[in-house]
Design a protein around this ligand. Structure first.
Ligand SMILES: O=C(O)C(=O)C[C@]1(C(=O)O)C=C[C@@H](O)C=C1
Length: 299
């Protein structure tokens, strides 16, 4: 049995994503996203699942930055899952949840519920945690503190908390993309792969210098080959204000012709190009049926 690392503790959204993508593997929780990625590099686990991007809040910067600057590995698969945030309290605080003085949760989850917090708990102090599940666990351990966690239903059950308010995320279409990372390149086989499965090839591109039309030239290399791009993200290189690299996801599997020729053309233009992975993409619904709420089988 393989071991899959995930951002824990049990009951995080990332665990639900890992349980859906690789249900037969042993799930191993880690405290932070960098710890989870290090575990793959140090071969404590075969692979890891980490959150990459949320439909409301955008990229999970710590994942992208740690991946690029510290722990370059291979993106081997992706799963996109629905995210429903709930306000969880201890039984002691559930009736009077509007009186809680502090809200614990992961920054992405807090950001997904800004309007709810502004409207209902404007005075509450926000305390950021490593994951939504660690916030829920904290509330379990401190039931008398007038505090709440923002987390999912699995965490409510795992840590014996009450769902004081359901579905508090500000936008209905709340979804997060999670990636499965491996140390080396692998072709991720999955029984759900069909001829219609979407593949992406993710690349990191840095420009040779800043000149008019530099990014246009990069995009043209994809455009004239009719390669559809499904994401363009810029992140600071951390070498000085105004210096960026780009993460570009092409909607195709790495092949022997088109992707190598794009890479060659971009390098000829003086760009730095790294292929970060070429991987199948699944949706939660595809792998789990139409259930909206994450269910995790305990092992
Ligand atoms: O905190 C968790 O439960 C996570 O798995 C992390 C995470 C994230 O980083 O985006 C995952 C999904 C949600 O968007 C909120 C939090």
């Amino acid at each position: 049995m393989k071991q899959v690392g995930y951002l824990g503790p049990a009951g995080s959204f990332t665990e639900a994503a890992a349980a859906t993508l690789v249900p037969d593997d042993k799930r191993v929780p880690f405290t932070t996203i960098p710890d989870t990625m290090d575990a793959v590099a140090e071969e404590k686990v075969e692979y890891a699942v980490v959150p990459m991007e949320n439909a409301i809040e955008g990229s999970v910067n710590i994942t992208l930055d740690y991946f690029i600057h510290h722990q370059r590995m291979n993106m081997a698969a992706e799963i996109e899952a629905p995210i429903e945030q709930h306000l969880l309290t201890s039984a002691e605080n559930s009736a009077d949840w509007a009186k809680v003085k502090k809200i614990y949760s992961h920054p992405q989850a807090v950001a997904q519920c800004h309007q709810f917090i502004r409207e209902w708990l404007p005075e509450a102090e926000i305390a950021y945690t490593n994951s939504t599940a660690s916030a829920a666990r904290y509330i379990m351990e401190n039931p008398n503190e007038p505090a709440a966690a923002i987390a999912n239903e699995i965490a409510a059950e795992a840590y014996g908390l009450k769902v004081a308010e359901q579905k508090i995320n500000d936008y209905d279409h709340n979804r997060t993309r999670f990636v499965l990372l491996t140390k080396g390149a692998v072709d991720f086989g999955h029984p759900a792969i069909t001829k219609d499965t979407l593949y992406k090839t993710s690349m990191m591109i840095s420009l040779s210098s800043d000149f008019a039309g530099a990014l246009h030239q990069v995009l043209a290399a994809f455009a004239w080959r009719k390669i559809n791009l499904v994401r363009i993200e810029s992140r600071p290189t951390k070498t000085g204000l105004g210096n960026y690299f780009f993460i570009v996801d092409a909607a195709m599997k790495q092949d022997d012709v088109l992707i190598p020729s794009v890479v060659e053309e971009l390098r000829a233009l003086g760009c730095g190009v790294h292929v970060l992975g070429s991987f199948p993409c699944f949706t939660w619904e595809e792998l789990n049926g139409a259930r909206a709420v994450p269910q995790v089988k305990q092992r």
